[in-house]
Design a protein around this ligand. Structure first.
Ligand SMILES: [Zn+2]
Length: 282
């Protein structure tokens, strides 16, 4: 798909699973289980689907997935599956190596978004996984990630972002706006503080990469807010604001975590907001 000066692709970097209760907050299981069936350990399957933008002499990767530095126990808990897809293989399929990436935009620094931002060398040192890239993060999210609350500190692993700061490749952004040519960040605070969702537009189309503001198509109903969210009522407000603009302007909403659906358009039906169309991005 071409939008403005960018060739737009969605690429998968792996699969994992999280507790279904945590994924759907206060929504009762009989309701969410129909949309996202739980396995025998109550987990729902998720993808880590990344946005790849090529144009303006840049290769821009938005989010990096989980990375691959996990113990057997963690692989079991999170059902980490990189057989199905991996970041390296998906980039190779696009004819790219990590050194081709000029910019990495991290929507926020949770491990399932920033885990692939760094890699461990043979000597055991942690270094940026994309050696030639600048990394773009909102300053408020970076500050929060370094000093999170007891409630969310399990989601922020310093090994995913401290090496970026040490290497001097981090660009901290202060608020919404154009972070790269014709690539715009909008900042939301319901899921965590300073999450940036990424918008590309031209006269014909707008695509918004929703990250954890709208992780899967099953989360389209406004009250389907993740239990992980630090400020769930802010998420409710942010979803309403997003939906109003998305419906009015026919936006494509790209879904990072949906295991089957890369992108959708939505509409308001008799029983609330719903998927209007599944969009193929190729
Ligand atoms: Zn998150």
């Amino acid at each position: 798909m071409k939008i403005g000066s960018y060739d737009v692709r969605m690429i998968e970097s792996g699969r994992f699973a999280l507790d279904g209760g945590a994924m759907f907050g206060i929504v009762p299981k009989p309701l969410w289980d129909r949309r996202a069936p739980a396995d025998d350990r109550n987990r729902v399957d998720l993808a880590t689907r990344l946005l790849l933008l090529r144009g303006e002499d840049r290769v821009v990767l938005v989010d990096t997935g989980m990375g691959d530095d996990y113990s057997e126990k963690e692989r079991d808990i999170y059902k980490i599956d990189q057989e199905h897809s991996s970041l390296a293989r998906s980039l190779a399929t696009e004819g790219l190596s990590p050194d081709d990436v000029t910019d990495v935009v991290l929507t926020h620094l949770h491990f399932d978004h920033a885990g692939g931002a760094t890699r461990r060398t043979e000597d055991g040192d942690l270094v940026p996984a994309f050696e030639r890239a600048r990394y773009h993060v909102q300053r408020r999210n970076f500050d929060w990630a370094r000093d999170p609350s007891e409630r969310d500190r399990g989601s922020y692993l310093a090994e995913n972002f401290d090496p970026l700061a040490d290497a001097g490749c981090l660009e901290l952004h202060d608020g919404p706006g154009e972070i790269l040519p014709d690539i715009f960040a909008e900042v939301v605070d319901g899921h965590t503080f300073g999450q940036q969702v990424i918008r590309v537009s031209d006269d014909a189309a707008t695509l918004l990469y929703c990250a954890d503001l709208l992780p899967t198509a099953a989360h389209v109903p406004v009250p389907y807010v993740m239990g992980y969210d630090l400020q769930p009522l802010a998420t409710v407000r942010e979803k309403h604001e997003l939906y109003a603009r998305a419906i009015e302007n026919d936006w494509i909403l790209a879904l990072e975590h949906d295991p089957t659906t890369a992108a959708i358009r939505i509409r308001e039906g008799a029983r609330g907001f719903e998927v209007a169309e599944i969009v193929t991005i190729d």
